[in-house]
Design a protein around this ligand. Structure first.
Ligand code: ADP
Ligand code: MG
Length: 614
């Protein structure tokens, strides 16, 4: 029998490999952008026509290639990034295997122009279906430009499988975002059919996130940072109130490359458990730096998945880092976004080393000026919180010019007494409000109508006040008949752990032998008839919370007490009570978010109301 085995010609072998590396225009975009970044570029331009089907071009100002390298770069297994077996581990993280250009050249018409910074002349190579058509010495900018034309021109089956232009463009944009996000120190521009889609200046990570996803991200981000032997991580997660129904903005980067990691994704989502309503997801942008030797080899390098040897440890480090950040910032949010410097903190958390700030302030900026605060992106955490509230009301039909700042002001001063819904001492007239359905406080404001959920609002007020309490300043009501609480041994252990914080909040409580505690005084705002019940609720909230340790002791107790002592839905409120709640709410640090992450208030714009009458 005649021999039948033959070696495939290179061009065919390359085409087969290309099927693995280049599935669609977006894959070529990814490879070209990554090469440009690897070449140390500081400016990268992506130019696309017809969603990448006719042209994908990447122009960079990186180190460029010599004449020989220019030609060699298209050879299979030609790479400058792996020199010996030791370097091989880079394959796992960075996907280096010298296949991208060879693969792309096998299925498209490619034009390379490149020049190194220290040579006067550059090189151009034209290659089609793996065949070099031309190679010339040319004048060109330092750096590299690679134009990929008519992708899959010689693989009609592939070409026919491409999706609609908008779908392919969507994929390209996503690849672009991934590379752009993790390389904020590189400036990027992206043109599609000559229209600029993105122009991203060199910046910090959080500025890059905002530049890519929009200004409304300024208020959404919380920093996450952790450094351990297993992993160094830094980045941002979104605050609970900005959770989304989709999982679209979730980014992990490992050693500078985007990856998908369902297990680590779970770690982040889990950190939000209990804080987020079901089916809502946080966005995140997290860089992980891991020793490449501790990344498993058996994963295909062009896939965006990696497997860590220390996966479980990294999981818990990540989860606790996110939790820490949520606990530190979300429940008592103090974070502000400085457009120049990025995130700045009023009182930095332990271990956070802030960069030296160079702050520029626009004194005329008033987020309420033009459109009120109907857009969800606007929060009330501005430094000029009270002033803004004032403005919000100042032009309402009821002409309560000076009114709102007064109660807000006095509420702030009277933080410690906020639980008893007492009228602040000033006598200024208040904006008039009405109660609807014994559930909502409705108020007329400048741009429309504000509707506040009374229970959620009051819970927020109480929660923040409990968090600020300390024993010296808290009024305690001594019980006529001290209450004895007998607990199970387990609950008794829990209560012992919580005793310092409970006392701090105004409970006079002592351990009295075997699993028994005597309460002889309670904070004035807690009814003296359900002392035992309150203690049990504190314990049970704490135990629930223990399952995923999302709150610290004080947070947990404050949450229980706030829920316990707030006015409830269905309770009729007097004018003064409503005004008092509103004033105290606006003096809160986080007046718009309920303790479970839901909305406390909504605004009906005048135009929304008019719309209803059409
Ligand atoms: P890999 O990136 O895995 O090394 P590629 O096929 O993507 O393989 O690229 C092959 C080689 O071509 C690279 O190792 C690099 O030396 C060179 N190269 C590719 N793109 C560029 C670029 N934009 N600037 C400079 N060198 C480049
Ligand atoms: Mg490459």
């Amino acid at each position: 029998m005649a021999d039948i085995i033959q070696l495939l010609p290179d061009s065919v072998a390359n085409q087969i490999a290309a099927g693995e590396v280049v599935q669609r225009p977006a894959s070529a975009v990814k490879e070209l952008l990554e090469n440009a970044v690897d070449a140390g570029s500081t400016e990268i331009e992506l130019i696309i026509k017809d969603s990448g089907k006719t042209l994908i071009q990447v122009v960079d100002n990186g180190k460029g290639m010599s004449e020989t390298d220019a030609r060699l770069s298209f050879e299979r297994h030609a790479t400058s990034k792996i020199k010996n077996a030791d370097d091989l581990f880079h394959i796992r993280t960075m996907g280096f295997r010298g296949e991208a250009l060879a693969s792309i050249a096998a299925i498209a018409q490619v034009e390379l122009k490149t020049r190194t910074h220290n040579s006067e002349l550059g090189t151009s190579v034209i290659i089609e279906g793996s065949e070099v058509k031309e190679q010339n010495v040319i004048q060109t900018n330092a750096g590299t430009s690679i134009a990929v034309k008519n992708l899959f021109y010689n693989v009609p089956a592939r070409r026919n499988f491409l999706k609609s232009d908008s779908v392919e463009l969507g994929h390209i944009e996503e690849e672009f975002r991934r590379v752009a996000l993790v390389n904020p120190d590189v400036s990027f521009s992206f043109y599609h059919n000559e229209k600029p889609l993105y122009k991203l200046a060199k910046s910090t990570f959080n500025q890059r996130i905002v530049a890519v996803f929009g200004d409304n991200y300024k208020q959404k981000l919380l920093p996450v940072e952790e450094e351990t032997d297993f992993v160094r991580l830094n980045g941002f997660v979104t605050k609970i109130e900005f959770a989304k129904k989709t999982k679209s903005e979730q980014y992990f980067f490992v050693n500078g490359r985007f990856i998908k990691h369902p297990y680590l994704n779970h770690a982040v989502e889990n950190a939000y458990a209990e804080l987020l309503p079901e089916k809502m997801h946080p966005s995140y942008f997290i860089n992980l730096e891991v020793d490449s030797a501790r990344i498993d080899v058996n994963i295909h390098p062009t896939k965006t998945e990696v497997k860590f040897i220390d996966e479980r440890i990294i999981y818990s480090i990540l989860r606790s880092a996110v939790k820490k950040s949520l606990g530190q910032f979300t429940l008592a949010p103090q974070i502000e976004f400085d457009p120049i410097q990025g995130i700045s903190l009023d009182s930095p958390p332990k271990g956070y080393i802030p960069k030296e700030p160079t702050i520029t302030v626009n004194p005329d900026f008033n987020p309420f000026q033009s459109s009120g605060f109907s857009k969800p992106k606007e929060t009330f955490r501005d430094k000029n919180n009270k002033e803004n509230w004032h403005k919000l009301f100042s032009q309402s039909n009821f002409e309560c010019e000076k009114e709102l700042d007064t109660p807000a002001e006095s509420a702030a001063v009277k933080q410690d007494d906020l639980f008893s819904i007492e009228e602040p001492e000033d006598t200024a007239p208040k904006p008039s409000v009405i109660q609807v359905q014994n559930m909502y406080i409705v108020s007329d404001i400048k741009s429309g109508m504000l509707i506040i959920d009374q229970q959620r609002a009051h819970e927020r007020v109480l929660y923040e006040a409990y968090m600020k309490r300390n024993k010296e300043k808290t009024s305690i009501q001594q019980l006529l008949f001290p209450e004895t609480c007998r607990l199970s041994p387990a609950d008794s252990e829990t209560l012992k752990e919580l005793l310092p914080e409970i006392k701090e909040m105004g409970f006079d409580i002592e351990e009295f032998g075997k699993n028994t505690f005597v309460v002889s005084g309670v904070p004035t705002d807690i009814s003296d008839t359900d002392v035992h019940e309150t203690i049990e609720e504190i314990i049970s909230q704490f135990k629930n919370n223990l399952l995923n340790k999302s709150l610290d002791n004080r947070n947990s107790i404050a949450l229980t007490l706030a829920r316990k002592s707030s006015v409830k839905t269905g309770t009729r409120l007097e004018q003064e009570e409503m005004q008092s709640i509103m004033a105290a709410l606006f003096a809160c640090e986080c007046p718009e978010v309920a303790l479970d992450g839901k909305k406390i208030m909504i605004l009906l714009e005048k135009s929304d109301i008019q719309e209803k009458f059409k």
